[in-house]
Design a protein around this ligand. Structure first.
Ligand code: MCN
Length: 785
């Protein structure tokens, strides 16, 4: 029986994060702080060339260096790998997934590609010795540009293929040609999604402890995906899954970059096995820039067909997406996470999507916050503004005309939006922003030729997250399921232990999942203990990415509490000698209807533990597990409005105001949700205005450190003005949707639409991202001419 009558006290409250006191005290377990007896350090020798034949690797000088225990070239270890580093998403039957050994053997394919490894008694000694490894390279021609890589004359990143095209993936629906030929208006735009470099506060770090007597290995890794790492690294190293325990202890951010299985993890495992001693590696920040995956890097061509009134009838999109030099865990699928979203939250009849994945001599790309969905939102939101400009309409008007307004709604691209209310979030955002006043102010500044022009930009978005129904993931060839699991264990002392398969790295799961359990079982929140990120303690799990932890893991947890309550009901009915139906349940207590006789779930837990007086045949203990496979993605949406001030003399853009009204269904913890939205917006603004990975012609990463890769800080950002609408998801009993990526998905488009809107007096219709002063100033000069 559902416990909908349960009085909620924690859910919906801004409960302080249980995680924070420990984090603030420094009472934490980061992998890099861990030391084990006899521990060795690993250093990777990386190619300085973006493309080069490896003619010879000589590790003899390194082997003679102080404290060095072992050194190997990629070729020397080649036969020890049981398989490639994993790529779990072959998006088409003919998708090219080249062999990807943890160290390159024949040629280096990007600057930073590992070619040899050194193991020594300390980090410094390993690093020093790595510099003594002699590698004889024969530099080869380089291609870093995704479109140039498709040219017939382009250098081949992988010689075994006849070109750099990795796959072509398409999706069509409706009478697309007819809709375009009959359209009164069409607009066609081309956008560049620049390459981005994730910067988690904690760099990647791995420590492997072997137990030679049993053949077991424990790997601590700063990863988002301990469960996926365990399965896939077993394939790469040949260590049986049953002998490999992966622990993600405290993890300091990931933003998708730690949703991966990396060479250094495999190397630490292999060398710990060979040497019989613990081996550790911690990434330096400069290594993070070349050896951790990058995000975005694609060219988008998008075309809308519309009526004279501005009703969009069809959308056609062509993507050319860089994979980089190899396929990492989910590289091929990342651009396709946006494949269904290129019509945004608009009701269209025709849909035509194509994505070509391309190898280049660059660091592999993979999931970076939003992964495919910020790109899609950017393209459609920018193009809707272009349509509004062409028709001389207000961008608000054109959006209203096209919104999907009935739910559930089947998109032209085929998926179903569970619930939403795009008009409501737009209305609320307009009111918060004071839209009419902003337009008035803008008009006045334009009239007086103010050197500080105002730009107002919208992004009304919908996204699919909560990855996801296993059947759909299977249909799109994703290599794993989308379920997640939770166990709820009521201990005799009144404590409730939760074992959850998701793996937080900053999202506050311990708090929000405690809130769910505390309300469901009526225990104080302090009495809930949430365990995560250890494949031995929690064998079932699919980890954290795609804003799935609440909408999948949290819902599994809710169902597990329901199972526990159902068992407790049997125990209580037996103990109080009444029929189960005569018991009412609320806030952790069963009461016999119409009386004051009652018993708490925690008392049932004690009774289940002593097992002195249980119904015949009932197993002792009060614990249950639920594995939840959602029937649909979850579909957050909303409206973001950016207001920028553009200095027309310098081209500097300042984000003056930012209003966000999001709809993430039922909210468990409004403070945590606000924090997620704020962080997400900051990351999207960073793409619009600041961040850009740049390679030179030889494939050197020019923006190889924080000195020249501009990660914004709080100083560059205004206080965000946040609000919400709430359309509970009908597909899960709590009505929740994900929030971890909404801010990033919505904000880049809002800011760039604001920049272009501010530059309208100069006839500027596009500026490449990031809209840095030089680009904006140049656009103004060209516009003036
Ligand atoms: N939540 C809530 N009510 C909702 C939705 C969510 O209270 N309606 C809470 C959840 O219970 C959880 C948090 O908000 O505590 C985020 O939930 P969810 O949207 O399920 O996202 P995940 O926990 O799965 O986190 C993944 C998501 C992604 S994909 C990226 S990228 C990202 C992000 O989270 N990376 C982050 N947020 C991050 N935050 C930090 N600090 N660091 C990162 O690396």
């Amino acid at each position: 029986m559902a416990t909908t009558e349960t009085k909620t006290t924690y859910i919906g409250s801004p409960v302080e994060r249980k995680e924070d006191a420990r984090l603030l005290r420094g009472d934490t377990r980061w992998v890099d702080n861990m030391t084990l007896p006899g521990m060795l350090w690993l250093a990777v020798v990386r190619s300085p060339y973006a493309h080069a034949k490896i003619k010879k690797v000589d590790v003899s000088r390194a082997l003679e260096a102080e404290g060095v225990v072992a050194a190997f070239s990629g070729a020397e270890l080649a036969d020890e790998w049981a398989g490639s580093l994993p790529c779990a998403w072959p998006v088409t039957g003919d998708c090219r997934i080249p062999m990807h050994r943890p160290l390159a053997t024949d040629k280096a394919r990007y600057a930073g590609d590992g070619v040899a490894v050194v193991v020594a008694e300390s980090r410094a000694l390993a690093k020093d010795a790595a510099e003594l490894v002699d590698v004889d390279y024969e530099p080869l021609p380089v291609v870093t540009d995704v479109e140039e890589a498709l040219a017939e004359s382009a250098p081949l990143v992988h010689d075994e293929y006849d070109g750099n095209r990795a796959y072509t993936w398409t999706l069509q629906a409706g009478e697309i040609d007819t809709l375009f030929s009959e359209a009164a208006v069409t607009v066609k735009e081309r956008y560049r999604q620049q390459r981005l470099i994730p910067n988690a506060i904690e760099p990647r770090s791995v420590l492997v402890q072997p137990t030679p007597a049993t053949g077991e290995f424990t790997m601590w890794s700063a990863t988002q995906v301990p469960h996926i790492a365990r399965v896939t690294l077993s394939g790469t190293t040949g260590i049986p899954e049953t002998k490999l325990r992966v622990i993600a202890p405290d993890v300091g951010g990931g933003f998708g970059s730690k949703l991966n299985v990396y060479a250094e993890e495999a190397l630490c495992l292999l060398l710990a096995r060979r040497l019989g001693l613990p081996v550790k590696w911690t990434e330096e920040r400069s290594e993070n820039y070349v050896a951790t995956i990058h995000g975005r890097d694609m060219i988008q061509e998008i075309e809308l067909a519309a009526t004279q009134e501005g009703k969009i009838t069809a959308v056609r999109t062509r993507l050319t997406a860089a994979m980089g030099a190899y396929m990492q865990l989910v590289s091929p699928g990342i651009p396709l996470l946006g494949a269904w979203l290129y019509a945004g939250c608009y009701d269209v009849q025709g849909y035509d999507f194509e994505c070509v994945g391309v190898f280049t001599n660059t660091t592999p790309t993979d999931a970076y916050r939003g992964a495919g969905r910020p790109e899609a939102t950017y393209a459609i939101e920018r193009t809707v503004d272009a349509l509004a400009r062409k028709l001389g309409k207000d961008p608000v008007e054109i959006r209203r005309l096209n919104f999907i307004s009935e739910f559930p709604a089947t998109l032209a691209s085929g998926l179903e939006i569970d619930s939403g209310n795009f008009h409501a979030s737009l209305d609320k955002a307009l009111e918060l922003a004071g839209y009419d006043d902003l337009r008035r102010e803008q008009a006045e500044r334009r009239k007086r030729g103010d050197t500080k022009q105002l730009g107002i930009g919208f992004s009304t978005y919908v996204e699919m997250c909560g990855l996801a129904p296993s059947r759909i993931l299977g249909a799109i060839r994703y290599g794993a399921g989308g379920w997640d699991a939770a166990t709820v264990r009521c201990l005799p002392t009144g404590t409730v232990q939760v074992l959850i398969g998701t793996s937080p790295h900053g999202q506050g799961h311990v708090t929000t999942f405690s809130q769910i359990v505390a309300d469901q079982l009526g225990v104080p929140i302090e009495n809930v203990e949430v365990l995560h990120g250890d494949t031995t303690v929690i064998p079932l799990g699919m980890d954290t990415y795609g804003s799935r932890s609440l909408a999948v893991g949290g819902v599994a947890l809710y169902h597990a509490t329901e199972k526990v309550i159902a068992k407790a009901r049997r125990i209580v009915s037996h103990q109080l000698e009444v029929a189960e139906d005569d018991l009412e349940y609320a806030s952790g207590r069963f009461t016999v209807k119409g009386t004051d006789r009652s018993m708490a779930v925690t008392d049932a837990a004690l009774a289940a533990w002593t097992a002195h007086n249980l119904p015949d045949g009932l197993e002792p203990g009060l614990e249950d597990t639920y594995v939840y496979d959602p029937p649909n993605f979850s579909w957050p949406g909303g409206c973001h409005i950016a207001v920028v001030e553009i200095d027309t003399e310098t081209g500097a853009v300042e984000l003056a105001r930012y209003v966000a009204v999001d709809d993430v269904g039922t909210v468990i913890n409004p403070m945590i949700v606000d924090g997620q939205v704020q962080g997400g917006i900051a990351q999207g603004v960073a793409q619009a205005l600041y961040e850009e990975a740049v390679y030179d012609e030889e494939g050197n990463l020019v923006t190889g450190s924080m000195v020249n890769y501009l990660v914004p800080s709080a100083v560059e950002l205004p206080n965000f003005e946040l609000d919400r609408t709430e359309s509970p998801s009908p597909t899960n009993p709590m009505g929740v949707k994900g929030v971890g990526e909404t801010g990033t998905i919505a904000s880049t488009a809002a800011v760039m639409n604001a920049v272009v809107d501010g530059l309208a007096p100069f006839d500027v219709t596009d500026v490449d991202m990031p809209a840095k002063p030089e680009r904006v100033w140049t656009a103004i000069q060209e516009g003036r001419r």
